[in-house]
Design a protein around this ligand. Structure first.
Ligand code: FAD
Ligand code: NAI
Length: 468
């Protein structure tokens, strides 16, 4: 029996980063992963493969729609979808190899198999061939992540009625992809296939896509997606989906007038959220409590009700994001080491990797209104940016919300080229509690997309954007 200071169950971004930080802090660490590849959802069936396909499909889309204007002829252009999927798999493999290397470098012992609690200090690892071994541990970090959810009347069969996992490894480009859910997964993967020529229909229960973000972003993104060939059925409740053998039929009810619609497609991607994954983890053997949504309950130190057992990432409350899981992984390692770390959850940015990208940090305008916070807003459109015009990327804007009296930046909401990278400046600014004027007075290289943030800050602070 092997004995460790800390054992991490699950090797996603929460788990493997936490294991590394524990090792850096001098602990003897084990990590248990039930799949052969380390990296979890994010690396294997989430962030990385989806971004690989988003990039490939964006190249194709640009070649079809933009290259001619740039003076580049692309006669005979076509998609080799098998190669596109193979490249994605290769990107995943390179990253998985990278994590295995990091485990070795940090002297972390990897156990391949399903982990489950026997007792507070003993975890049973069951391998694929049924053999078992027991890991003895002082502390445990649960980082078992999440799985796709579905809704009543929709049985995922993984052939025609699929989740993101199958959508990332289709063998053909759908002619008509039906999407249930206009959230992040639906819009990102819908974009991939729309760029490759699929007709994409989104059936969304609420009145907005990417509904957790500032409403202005969802509105703008919807316009952009429509240009790509998306059809939207907002305020529609899906009542059922049937696999007809070589296609699918989806039925939904229009919540405004109760009319029923029927859509035929070749695949239906169900993207209605994810739920915490704790199957066969043996939580009952140690008495760890879950909340009403099946998530592991933790306190302010991310410790469960059982002393010495912590939980992080998608399996607990909060945004289901890789970088949120990572921050929590580092946090717990440092708590165990006796340090006093802190996570500012308000400043965990959210990004949608469409093109243009969508990225935000801090409060939405709706939240500020609801809280009665006095605020002012400044907006700068990319169409007024020289850099964006040079790159033919003029859709979108930067919106900065600042406190009406103090000018402190309270929220930054961007839809535009490279928004995912631009948001980092807003995170730094807000972490240091900068005012909009602070950013407006700092030099931003010209010509860059980042100038749009500076101008939006000037617009918010003193209504004096320079380039508009
Ligand atoms: P996970 O990554 O889910 O890892 C949990 C691991 O635990 C898994 O490997 C699982 O096999 C293992 N495990 C579970 N139970 C056991 C057990 N009993 N024994 C052993 N091992 C076990 N987030 C972003 O921030 N940016 C993105 O661009 C992004 N894109 C995404 C795209 C898609 C299509 C999807 C589905 C998700 C995306 N996410 C993205 C979300 C992101 O993947 C998750 O928030 C993140 O992976 C959560 O990390 P985690 O470590 O908590 O869990
Ligand atoms: P989501 O929560 O983003 O979106 C789900 C959508 O489905 C919502 O708009 C919701 O209103 C809708 N919906 C729910 N029930 C419905 C019903 N019955 N009929 C029609 N619509 C319905 O969840 P999604 O897209 O599945 O993603 C899961 C998680 O993965 C997200 O929480 C996200 O954080 C993470 N993720 C992050 C990415 C990123 O950071 N770029 C990319 C992809 C996923």
């Amino acid at each position: 029996m092997s004995k460790f200071d800390v054992t991490v169950i699950g090797s996603g971004p929460g788990g493997y980063i936490s294991a590394i930080r524990c090792a850096q802090l001098g602990m003897k660490v084990a990590i248990i992963e039930r799949y052969p590849n380390l990296g979890g959802t994010c690396l294997n069936v989430g962030c990385i493969p989806s971004k690989a396909l988003l990039d490939s499909s964006e190249h194709y889309h640009n070649a079809v729609h933009k290259f001619k204007t740039h003076g580049i002829n692309t006669e005979g252009l076509s998609v080799d979808f098998t190669q596109m999927i193979a490249r994605k798999a290769d990107v995943v493999k390179q990253n998985a190899d990278g994590i295995s290397y990091l485990m070795k470098k940090n002297k972390i012992t990897v156990f391949n198999g399903h982990g489950s609690f026997v007792s507070k200090n003993q975890i049973l690892v069951t391998k694929d061939d049924g053999s078992t071994e027991t890991v003895e541990t002082d502390k445990t970090i649960i980082a078992t992540g999440s799985k796709p959810s579905t809704i009543p009347g929709v049985a995922i069969d993984k052939t025609r009625i699929i989740t993101s996992t199958e959508a990332l490894k289709l063998t053909e480009i759908p002619k008509h992809l039906l999407l249930i859910g206009g959230g992040v997964i639906g819009i990102e993967l819908g974009s991939v296939y729309a760029r490759l020529g699929s007709k994409v229909s989104v059936v969304e229960f609420t009145d907005s896509i990417i509904g957790t973000m500032d409403r202005s972003l969802g509105k703008e993104l919807q316009k952009i997606c429509k240009k790509l060939g998306f059809d939207f059925y907002l305020k529609h409740k899906v009542t059922g989906v049937e696999n007809t053998g070589n296609g699918v039929v989806l039925k939904a009810q229009n919540l405004a007038n109760n009319e029923e619609i029927s859509l035929e497609g070749d695949y239906c991607l169900v993207a209605v959220g994810r739920h915490a994954y704790t199957d066969k983890l043996g939580l009952e053997n140690v008495g760890i409590a879950k909340d009403e949504r099946g998530r592991i309950q933790v306190d302010g130190h991310l410790e469960t009700g059982v002393k010495g057992i912590y939980a992080i990432g998608d399996v607990i409350k909060g945004a289901m994001l890789a970088h949120k899981a990572e921050e929590e992984g580092v946090f717990v390692a440092e708590v165990i080491a006796g340090e006093k770390p802190h996570i500012n959850y308000l400043l965990i940015p959210g990004v949608v990797y469409t093109w243009p990208e969508v990225a935000a940090v801090g409060h939405t305008e709706e939240e500020l209104k609801a809280a009665g916070t006095p605020y002012k807003s400044g907006q700068f459109p990319f169409v007024a940016s020289g850099r964006a015009r040079a790159g033919m990327d003029t859709d979108g804007f930067v919106k900065v919300l600042a406190h009406k009296e103090t000018d402190e930046i309270l929220g930054v909401h961007i839809i535009g080229p490279r928004a995912a990278d631009l948001i980092a400046e807003a995170v730094v600014a807000m972490e240091y509690r900068a005012s909009a004027e602070d950013i407006g007075r700092m030099s931003h290289a010209h010509p860059t997309y980042a100038e749009a943030l500076k101008d939006a800050c000037l617009a918010a602070s003193e209504n004096r954007a320079l380039n508009m």
